[in-house]
Design a binder for this molecule. Structure first.
Ligand code: ZN
Length: 496
């Protein structure tokens, strides 16, 4: 086909040339003119093809970047025509709104001060949080009414779209109050969907007066990092909450894990390193469930000694260590640094009990608890539920997204029974008196020369989980003493 076509074109061309030979002078200019026109046509066709190509590429690959670029001028143009929309909680509270003062100045207002500074974000001194993620949405007005067109013509601003978040204000307030003056973070997720119900980070800052206080906030002289969203960007040693991962690693390496038996003498030694159980407690004979519920360090560090490092690492990476989290919110990757040929037995033993060099974000730990709660399937966490017009019309709804099955249903079931035993017979027995059945794991992450971080991860109801939480209180003390009471308040608030 192609060769025939080429041939035809060639003949046609020769024919033209032959014809022009009979009538030299005028035909040369005619021929040149024709060539010029053809060249112009080719150039335009070429340009058109290039433009269409770029347009398609732009639509597919670049448009989001450009539209959402923090520094795009388009935002300024939109801001002149549209009053920035509201950000709402799932239970109808306004978390961010634009109010106009007596002089006609628009002021972005955050009714809850520093409570939502990280997740809802800000628009001054750089955008952050939902304010950044949905910047263009908030500055777009859905309206085809005559009134809106008239407003545009006469220069009156139309109201922007509203962003309805997944955040539960009642639950967030309880978490915020319970964390008190401590540094730390709380994350709550619906394990069935990935909806983020609460995300609190302290210390925080008040976005209402960030401009006035910018120097002290950004200077961070006390190393408090108030701008850091500790919930998704803070990285901490997981302490005993990591025993969840170690237990799964043990189960995969030992199909007869139900026969696990270990005699805890309170301490275990390896080449001059001693690992002790909390308060040097002697736990005696333990199966895997008992070792987990009592959070026995000697049994779990002994498990760590025997695990194949490559398998342990592979499992951790399948659970999203050493890579960005699959979440619709910015986050820092957790790290699992055990490596064959580089790590010794001592580090394996430390890693198995959540010490060593492993680091995890509170969001990631919440996702692990949620994955167990959801029968082994991880859902992608997200914080924006839907977009509505100012008049309340639904414009866009976000659909829950499955990340992957990270463990079999049988594995998840057994891990659930371990986490349940922590509440019925172990270190979180404080939660056993609640009306709702809770499952979880405490953690105390030791800090060199400082008080330990206090952890709790868990979910409820144990038999039909609707909420998974992760709590860290920095440099305070044991998990059962500081994180657990916060969990108690949150479960109480959520189910009553
Ligand atoms: Zn022990």
């Amino acid at each position: 086909m192609i060769s025939m076509k080429n041939k035809g074109e060639k003949n046609k061309h020769i024919g033209l040339k032959d014809k022009s030979a009979l009538n030299q002078e005028p035909s040369v200019s005619k021929d040149t003119g024709r060539k010029t026109i053809l060249s112009i046509v080719y150039i335009f066709v070429g340009l058109f093809v290039l433009m269409m190509g770029y347009f398609t590429f732009f639509l597919l690959a670049k448009s989001d970047d450009v539209i959402n670029s923090t520094y795009n001028l388009r935002h300024d143009v939109l801001a002149k025509r549209i009053i920035r929309g509201n950000i709402m909680s799932s239970d109808g509270e306004i978390l961010a709104e634009t109010i106009t003062d007596e002089d006609g100045n628009e002021i972005r207002s955050y009714p809850y001060g520093d409570m939502y500074a990280h997740v809802v974000g800000r628009v001054m001194r750089g955008r952050a949080g939902i304010e950044e993620m949905e910047n263009i949405t908030l500055l777009t007005s859905y309206s085809n009414s005559a009134e809106a067109m008239y407003n545009d013509l006469v220069g009156v601003k139309n109201p922007g779209n509203n962003v309805i978040s997944t955040l539960d204000h009642k639950l967030s307030k309880v978490a915020y109050d319970a964390l008190g003056e401590n540094r730390g973070a709380v994350v709550a997720i619906d394990p069935r969907t990935g909806k983020i119900l609460a995300m609190i980070s302290k210390p925080s800052y008040d976005p209402n007066n960030i401009d006035q206080n910018w120097e002290s906030i950004s200077e961070d002289s006390d190393n408090e990092s108030p701008l850091l969203n500790r919930a998704s960007q803070g990285l901490y040693p997981p302490g005993s909450t990591f025993k969840l991962v170690t237990a799964l690693a043990y189960m995969r390496a030992n199909p007869d894990y139900l026969d696990y038996n270990y005699k805890c003498k309170g301490t275990t030694d390896y080449e001059g390193m001693t690992i002790s159980c909390s308060n040097n407690k002697v736990h005696g004979n333990l199966d895997l469930k008992e070792a987990f519920s009592k959070s026995c360090n000697t049994s779990f560090s002994t498990i760590g000694k025997e695990l194949a490092i490559d398998d342990f690492r592979q499992l951790s990476e399948s659970l999203f260590f050493n890579k960005p989290l699959p979440a619709r919110i910015s986050n820092n990757p957790s790290s699992f640094l055990l490596k064959t040929g580089e790590s010794g037995v001592k580090e394996s033993m430390q890693t198995a009990i959540g010490q060593g060099r492993t680091l995890i974000s509170p969001l990631h730990n919440a996702m692990l608890a949620a994955t167990v709660a959801n029968g082994g399937i991880m859902m992608k966490p997200y914080v924006i539920d839907r977009i509505e017009s100012a008049g309340g019309r639904l414009l866009k709804g976000y659909i829950p997204e499955e990340v992957a099955r990270l463990m079999t249903a049988e594995e998840a079931d057994y891990l659930k029974s371990l986490m349940r035993s922590v509440v019925t017979d172990g270190t979180a027995s404080r939660l056993n008196k609640l009306d709702v059945k809770v499952a979880g794991k405490t953690g105390t992450a030791e800090q060199e020369g400082k008080k330990p971080h206090s952890w709790f991860i868990g979910y409820a109801p144990a038999n039909n989980p609707r909420i998974a939480i992760s709590i860290i209180v920095e440099n305070k003390g044991s998990g059962s003493e500081y994180a657990l009471p916060i969990a108690e308040k949150m479960f109480n608030a959520y189910f009553n």
